[in-house]
Design a protein around this ligand. Structure first.
Ligand code: AP5
Length: 213
């Protein structure tokens, strides 16, 4: 049983690393952003409510997000643990999570602001299998095509520079203060996210493997 949080600002590399960690440790990635984008694409009641938040880079209401996580982690595939990606993001969400369960480790990715903008603007995602690429730092074998499932890659609506800067501001104001909360709980490990994808992965696996000993 292992419960992890992958934490950090927009485009720090949370999703990229969460997909790899999920494969290595056999626990599902529970990514609020992916769940919300799926709801929007399917036009579910949640998707209809949440669309304008995603489009403008604002955080969705805590009650909706907490319920989404509660439902997701109660599914059978989460019985041996999970990797939270993009949750919690407000103090209200963090307190609800504390009531729900105890997390073993928070991997906190730190990256410079301007690097984050470049990573977001160059990101391409697969709308079918949610694989993440970058036109320069993590390009697919064939430009615009997913290596894993062959679908055409797309740019996220919220990856336009203006919205990215808004999301970074929201992170500084509402999400970064959670670092102190995790530090007090004593389960936070800092990860240097300015390094390449393999290096960041290795920092994370070392921290997780220390936990398992
Ligand atoms: P969400 O999808 O969670 O977006 P985010 O936190 O802004 O994070 P990103 O997905 O942008 O980035 P990432 O850190 O996963 O980076 P990635 O691996 O893709 O949330 C979207 C929206 O949903 C929010 O704005 C909000 O509206 C709503 N929402 C979600 N959760 C919520 C919550 N809890 N409460 C309320 N609302 C919520 O990497 C980025 C790029 O960089 C990629 O192109 C990648 O290939 C590249 N890259 C990755 N690592 C490296 C590296 N080491 N070196 C070079 N390039 C790299």
């Amino acid at each position: 049983m292992m419960k992890l949080i992958i934490f950090g600002p927009p485009s720090a590399g949370k999703g990229t690393q969460a997909q790899r960690l999920s494969k290595k440790y056999g626990i599902p990635q529970v990514a609020t952003g992916d769940l919300l984008r799926e709801a929007v694409a399917k036009k579910t009641p949640l998707g209809v409510k949440i669309k304008s938040y995603l489009d403008t880079g604002k955080l969705g209401p805590d009650d909706l997000i907490v319920q989404l996580i509660r439902d997701r982690v109660s599914l059978a595939d989460c019985k041996d643990g999970y990797l939270l990606d993009g949750f919690p993001r407000t103090m209200g969400q963090a307190k609800e999570l504390d009531k729900m369960t105890q997390v073993d480790l928070v991997l906190n990715i730190a990256v410079d602001m301007e690097v984050l903008v470049e990573r977001a603007v160059g990101r391409r995602i697969c709308p079918k299998c949610a694989a993440v690429y970058h036109v320069k730092f993590n390009a697919p074998k064939t430009a615009g095509v997913c290596d894993k499932c062959g679908s055409s890659l797309i740019q996220r609506d919220d990856d336009k520079e203006e919205t990215v800067r808004k999301r970074l501001k929201v992170y500084q104001e509402q999400t970064a203060p959670l670092i102190e909360h995790f530090k007090v709980k004593g389960n936070l490990v800092d990860i240097d996210g300015s390094k390449g994808i393999e290096d960041v992965f290795s920092q994370m696996t070392k921290a997780i493997d220390r936990l398992k000993k």
